[in-house]
Design a protein around this ligand. Structure first.
Ligand code: PLP
Length: 385
């Protein structure tokens, strides 16, 4: 009997060790982790520099609270802001918390502009988290089911449709548009290349904030540090988590310009957010990304894997689409393929399946030999359908 609440249904495996792209279970079996703990260990499991930083910082100082200055947090904020062209940072512990901060800032923006029912446009099939506000923002009935009453004032529109966003320009209650640059949880849905630019234009014209949720797409996953950098734009609010701590829990909400002055003392906070340990870890993650040219590798290996998959799978009658940006990869089949999850586990491969789509988020440090192993494992799996 387990004393854990039954909100997860874990696969029948338990890992005791991780190194690079591989995990080892308690029976000594090695698995290829093509999911990176759901887009988290972007530098691979137990990256030596990250582990060293955690060891050294934890021997020196783990936690103080935000009632005192935290040097590491200030260094991390500066580094992140300079890398993203943003102005200010707030740190929480997860993607949902980063998005909660973004939603609260959008509400304050409404309050400042005398809008009594500040409303945020989000997209269908989006995923923004599991807290009450973020699940209300999420455009997925399954995530919301049973939790009524939801937090109000979210309007959901079709992703990649500018007309749907434009249809709300007459609504004086709108304060923000909140989007993932690429929808991750719903199966790597990539919008038209100019979609975000046009959304930003609409936001600017209407005085709305543009909130980009890069919890999954950020920190090199798509081959740039942030996916919106493909569009050469700067959002008003940018949220990050997952890869930022390479497994140590941290979330960040970054703001630009007018969005930067809204959180004042007493309006928001977090006991653990940005403590010396997590901040030092995230600083190290960013340093490794630069030092080891991780973005180049993410881009090159993403292109390599995608071309291999296209080469080997396009002839397969069960594959209807292969989509990717950097190392965010989806292989869509012509039928539900949930059963492949167990089969993949038997083949010592960790992946995600959403309906009829196989999603791969391998570590960004993956090399060519490992990529070849992954291609073989995935192609063998697809043959099983
Ligand atoms: C785009 C996006 N936003 C938010 C979240 C929620 O992050 P967390 O689980 O860290 O709260 C996720 C998690 O998958 C995500 O993919």
């Amino acid at each position: 009997m387990s004393y854990l609440m039954p909100n997860y249904s874990p696969l029948d495996v338990s890992f005791v060790k991780g190194e690079g792209c591989y995990l080892t279970d308690d029976k000594g079996e090695k698995y290829f982790d093509a999911l990176s703990g759901v887009g988290v260990v972007n530098l691979g499991h137990c990256h030596k520099d990250v582990t060293k930083a955690i060891q050294e910082q934890s021997a020196e100082l783990i936690h103080t609270s935000n009632w005192y200055h935290i040097k590491n947090q200030e260094v991390l904020a500066e580094k992140l802001c300079k890398l993203s062209n943003m102005d200010k940072a707030f740190f929480g512990n997860s993607g949902a918390e980063a998005n909660e901060a973004a939603i609260k800032i959008a509400r304050l923006y409404g309050d400042q502009n005398n809008i009594t029912n500040p409303t945020i446009i989000t997209a269908n099939q989006s995923f923004h988290g599991r807290t009450m506000a973020t699940l209300s923002a999420t455009g997925n009935d399954k995530v919301q089911s049973g939790f009524a009453p939801l937090v109000s004032k979210f309007i959901h529109v079709e992703f990649n449709s500018l007309d749907e966003i434009k249809s709300h320009t007459g609504n004086p209650d709108i304060v923000a548009v909140m989007l993932e640059p690429i929808q991750g949880e719903s199966g790597v849905i990539i919008p038209d290349s100019s979609y975000l630019n046009s959304v930003q234009d609409i936001c600017k014209k209407n005085n709305w904030l543009l909130i980009l949720d890069e919890v999954q797409t950020g920190i090199g996953r798509t081959g740039k540090l942030f996916a919106h950098q493909y569009n050469d734009i700067t959002p008003d609010i940018l949220t990050l988590a997952k890869g930022l701590g390479n497994g140590v829990p941290i979330g960040a909400c970054l703001t630009k310009g007018k969005a930067s002055k809204l959180l004042v003392p007493g309006t928001h906070g977090s006991t653990f957010g940005g403590n010396p340990l997590v901040s030092k870890t995230a600083i190290t993650v960013l340093e490794v990304i630069e030092k080891d040219h991780i973005l180049d590798n993410s881009l090159r290996m993403g292109e390599y894997l995608t071309s291999k998959f296209k080469d080997k799978l396009n002839k397969s009658s069960s594959v209807i689409d292969i989509r990717s940006k950097g190392l965010m990869i989806a292989i869509e089949l012509n039928e539900d393929c949930s059963s492949l999850l167990q089969q993949a586990l038997k083949n010592k491969l960790l992946i995600n399946i959403t309906g009829q789509t196989i999603r791969l988020l391998p570590p960004l440090i993956i090399n060519k030999d490992e990529a070849d192993i992954l291609v073989k494992k995935v192609c063998d799996l697809v043959k099983e359908i």
